[in-house]
Design a protein around this ligand. Structure first.
Ligand code: NAD
Length: 376
């Protein structure tokens, strides 16, 4: 695909995130991008997609299911933004389809390690397909700035990464799929794969073992769906030990609306410390030698962002990045690949299991075979 070739997208799943992708892609229209088809079994979601398409003056073909969309041959790239428990089958159908479709799949890659591994295996046999996983927190300007500072060596060798997410409860979703672990993979997979991905990126190493404590303490206790009360945890502490000796810690609270920032990320190396705050969009860092008096405070911005959307411009940058990998025709790999997707899920699964068992869980226990990590 040359720089100005048209790139036709299809979106599978047109709920909150599907519409977010649709709007982001519209902001990339000057780069030859268009959304030509969508698939969703839910009437209201299809109607909302048509409303957006009309507003953007984009002719749109609408399908009830992903198989019809794939068989139509209308698009070159698909975005999968369906509930977590549907990712596996949809990805397998895309990968096994005779027509190659590049894929941007929302996080988490799948809800179980076994399913992630089957997808990784299937994709290996389709080198003509690029798959990027939607771990988009990497692109949030303050996070990207902190990654840049850490990777430049300004704080030395990373020893500790502490990530605090204090936010509002899970939102209401179509058919309430996000209220149950069996659909989401559990809160520490569904939500926190983002943070485990960041920890791994900061420390530059793979996880070894995980210890967690968490519970359902405040949210959703008075809700009931088909006679069942939600089982998704709303707070947890998770410790992750990495192969290179670095440590990560996640502090998650989903009944913390009274927080100035939703995410606070602290990375400490042997010579300095860096911090990122979202949504304040501020980064602070200093060396140990410079000390408190010399802590630098930077406002993180990215001029490329044409649409802030729900995630501080990270979805826009994610699409920009994936588009450039698609246009490079094999000369460039997706920035966030299937292995990243798999390992971020594995840490979340280990954390969920740790809460259940009340002990450290070795990543080997959830990965079954070590060679999956070794090739990362
Ligand atoms: N990147 C992020 O930070 C972020 C934020 C929110 C959600 N997500 C992820 O995006 C995905 C979608 O979440 P959402 O918030 O949009 O949920 P949602 O409930 O708002 O929308 C899901 C849509 O998928 C449709 N759907 C269900 N099964 C389908 C199928 N087999 N084929 C096609 N469509 C189907 C539903 O009818 C619904 O319209 C999830 O994987 C979620 O974890 C990512």
């Amino acid at each position: 695909m040359a720089a100005n070739d048209k790139v036709k997208y299809g979106i599978i799943g047109m709920g909150m995130m599907g519409r977010e992708h649709f709007i982001n892609l519209h902001h990339l229209r000057s780069q030859g991008v268009s959304v030509v088809c969508i698939a969703d079994p839910h009437l209201q979601s299809r109607q909302q997609a048509l409303k957006l398409a009309n507003a953007f003056d984009w002719p749109l073909k609408v399908f009830p299911g992903h198989q019809e969309l794939l068989d139509s041959g209308l698009c070159d790239v698909v975005v999968v933004s369906t509930p977590n428990m549907t990712h596996y089958q949809i990805l397998m159908d895309i990968i096994n389809h005779p027509k190659p479709h590049h894929v941007l799949v929302e996080k988490p890659l799948c809800t179980t390690v076994a399913d992630c591994k089957k997808v990784v295996e299937a994709a290996r046999k389709r080198p003509d397909i690029l798959v990027q996983v939607g771990l988009e927190y990497r692109y949030m300007p303050p996070v990207a700035k902190l990654i840049q500072i850490v990777k430049s060596g300004s704080i030395g060798q990373v020893k500790m990464v502490a990530i605090r997410e204090h936010r509002f409860p899970f939102l209401v979703k179509v058919n309430d799929w996000n209220r149950f672990n069996e659909n989401t993979g559990g809160t520490l997979v569904e939500k926190c794969c983002h943070f485990f991905d960041l920890m791994r990126l900061f420390v530059g190493s793979n996880p070894m073992r995980v210890m967690a404590s968490g519970a359902v303490d405040v949210n959703h206790k008075d809700e009931m769906y088909n006679g069942k009360v939600p089982d998704i945890i709303d707070n947890a502490y998770v410790i992750v030990e990495f192969e290179n000796g670095s440590r990560g810690m996640l502090d998650l609270c989903m009944f913390a609306e009274g927080s100035k920032n939703e995410q606070e990320i602290v990375v400490v190396g042997n010579t300095g410390k860096g911090e990122a705050f979202v949504p304040e969009s501020i980064v602070r860092f200093a060396t140990r030698e410079a000390g408190r008096e010399d802590v630098q405070t930077l406002k993180a911005e990215d001029d490329r962002i044409k649409y802030e959307g729900l995630h501080h411009g990270s979805s826009y940058l994610e699409h920009l990045n994936f588009l450039s990998a698609i246009r490079a025709k094999g000369a460039k790999v997706p920035a966030v690949d299937l292995q990243d997707g798999l390992i971020s899920v594995a840490i979340g699964v280990a954390a969920q299991l740790s809460i259940e068992k009340g002990r450290f869980i070795a990543i080997e226990e959830v990965m079954e075979e070590l060679n999956c990590i070794a090739s990362a």
